[in-house]
Design a protein around this ligand. Structure first.
Ligand code: GLY
Length: 371
């Protein structure tokens, strides 16, 4: 069965729908029309996605007689910076948008994040729609309105909470992703299971291979499960004053690894998150909070699907525990000078704490480096 699923992110006047299913891109005009008060539509994408999917979207808009402009950015994390943002905003302004115009972010997390920032700033905020093309963006970054660019101080440090008007997660687009990129997105899927849904983790252990191999129904079910979890969390805590921070499971350590490795594709965000999740489980077990068996199950599942679980997967590097801790201290997750961690009492039982001593942290990192 390949039905379309519609979920709602309930945020009063800023509520919106997430549609999940096949053929949404080809049918985009029908779904976009109700949110376009005033054409043209400005489609922003990157060169890689443009080659694969832009014609399908512009063809659908042409057929529906909806005027559109396209802006094509370079692909990759380095695009998420101020220079590109400035050029993007100028190009959007060249199209003379008004309130009621709509920007469409067609791409992965980078495009979604930078378009969100641009949309929030252009004429003090115009509407945008997310059409995520990667698994990571479909299950996580396109939902919830986090927008961001990177600065020399760290990743995602500038941006705002600015919700899209609609998310179209076309599961058919995932067929063009390579295995490594799919697995990186899959790590974020596992994150949802580990933070609050042990039964979903069991399902992923049994069916994760099918999700990665392209089984359409398994993919749809898994994406819907993640988006349902995310929609609930965002509706309860839009601006991350509490529960939403659970979505950062694996990210404190993951972001430190990304900062240490650079953002040139050596280490994908989802791969960093997989290692970061294992680290969060290891830390929880070291603090006597989580059964060792759960740590082993998580590590085994990541190994089974081909995701990295430790520093050794990143080749020989001069790791330095103190430098990793410094990156963690510069992350957004620091409150009143203390690093906020997402730890676990077991699979599906994540919680927030700032009660981790630097000595314990350093000891765990030094052991990981020595392993
Ligand atoms: N990606 C985590 C969040 O949206 O809160």
């Amino acid at each position: 069965m390949n039905a379309l699923t519609s979920l709602s992110v309930a945020l009063r006047e800023r509520s919106y729908e997430i549609l999940v299913g096949p053929n949404l891109l080809a049918d985009a005009a029908r779904h976009l029309r109700p949110v376009i008060a005033r054409p043209p539509v400005v489609v922003v994408t990157d060169f890689n996605v443009a080659q694969l999917h832009l014609d399908t979207l512009t063809g659908a808009l042409d057929e529906a007689c909806i005027d559109h402009f396209e802006i094509v950015l370079n692909a990759g994390e380095l695009t998420k910076e101020f220079d590109t943002l400035e050029r993007l905003i100028e190009e959007i302004l060249d199209t003379q948008p008004e309130r009621g115009s709509v920007i469409v972010a067609l791409g992965g997390g980078v495009i979604g994040d930078i378009v969100g920032v641009a949309a929030s700033l252009v004429i003090r905020g115009i509407d945008y729609v997310q059409i995520p093309t990667t698994l990571l963006a479909q299950v996580d970054s396109s939902v919830g309105g986090k927008t961001a660019v990177n600065t020399r101080h760290g990743k995602n440090l500038v941006g705002s909470f600015y919700q899209p008007r609609l998310v179209l997660a076309d599961t058919g687009l995932l067929d063009t992703l390579d295995g490594r990129e799919l697995r990186a997105g899959y790590a974020e899927m596992v994150k949802y299971a580990l933070l609050g849904d042990g039964a979903f983790f069991d399902w992923l252990v049994d069916n994760g291979g099918s999700v990665l191999d392209g089984d359409a129904e398994a993919r749809r079910y898994a994406i819907v499960t993640c988006c349902t979890a995310k929609a609930d969390i965002v509706a309860a805590d839009e601006r991350e004053s509490g529960r939403r921070a659970l979505l950062n499971l694996g990210h404190t350590f993951g972001h430190a690894l990304e900062a240490e490795c650079g953002y040139d594709g050596d280490l994908l965000h989802g791969e960093a998150v997989a290692i970061g999740i294992v680290f969060a489980f290891d830390l929880s077990a070291a603090l006597g909070l989580c059964p060792a068996e759960d740590v082993s199950r998580v590590r085994r599942h990541f190994n089974d699907v081909g995701l990295p679980t430790g520093l050794d997967a990143l080749g020989k590097r001069d790791w330095d525990a103190a430098s990793l801790v410094r990156h963690m201290e510069h992350d957004k997750k620091v409150r009143r000078g203390r690093i906020n961690f997402v730890l676990v009492r077991g699979i599906g039982q994540a919680f927030l704490t700032d009660d981790v001593g630097t000595d314990e942290l350093l000891r765990l990192l030094e052991d990981a480096i020595a392993a």
